[in-house]
Design a binder for this molecule. Sequence first.
Ligand SMILES: Nc1nc2c(ncn2[C@@H]2O[C@H](COP(=O)(O)OP(=O)(O)OP(=O)(O)O)[C@@H](O)[C@H]2O)c(=O)[nH]1
Length: 202
Amino acid sequence: MSGPRVDAKVVMLGKESVGKTSLVERYVHQRFLVGPYQNTIGAAFVAKSVQVRDKVVTLGIWDTAGSERYEAMSRIYYRGAKAAIVCYDLTDSSSFLRAKFWVKELQNCEEHCKIYLCGTKTDLIEADRSARQVDYHDVQDFADEIKAQYFETSSKTGRSVEDLFRKVAADYISTTFEVMSEERGVNLEQKKDPFFYSCCHN
Ligand SMILES: Nc1nc2c(ncn2[C@@H]2O[C@H](COP(=O)(O)OP(=O)(O)OP(=O)(O)O)[C@@H](O)[C@H]2O)c(=O)[nH]1
């Protein structure tokens, strides 16, 4: 991979057992671990570089523990994050309420963090439609309200996992370079402004 390198902190948030770790495992290692569920303690970190057009972005992903016991700790991990992937399990309506809690928290405390809603375990719904507990249109309305992107993924089959992280990387790159060019624009304008010069020389 070649091109300018940028880095973005990404945080995974959501109720315990919604599948945050599995999502990261699928994205970073292209695998789905079967066996007894092991809850995350504190948080885990992993980095992955992605090429988006001529640029490379390294996503530093913090996978937080979903257990409410670790809630205070999760707050440490979203500080300074450029993106938050707020997960809920499509087969568990209570996990969507918990996702809304995290969204409110981010809106209040981390206003520059872009939010991505992620409904997990679509394979379970594909196997049995009646398993769905979170209505697609409810999420759509909520996503519109908070101006967030939303995805429905399966770490088991891999569905939409790559799309989700690719979107995070692409948005980060476009926002970062937009800001940089805006800043450059401001500097040029300032130099052309005679008032600016007289101010500085007095
Ligand atoms: N069928 C199916 N099961 C999944 C999927 N993603 C996760 N799981 C299962 O859900 C359980 C919890 O997954 P984790 O990835 O550990 O969940 P987590 O959100 O990281 O949990 P905490 O660490 O407690 O916050 C495990 O048994 C996973 O195998 C999925 O896409 N499909």
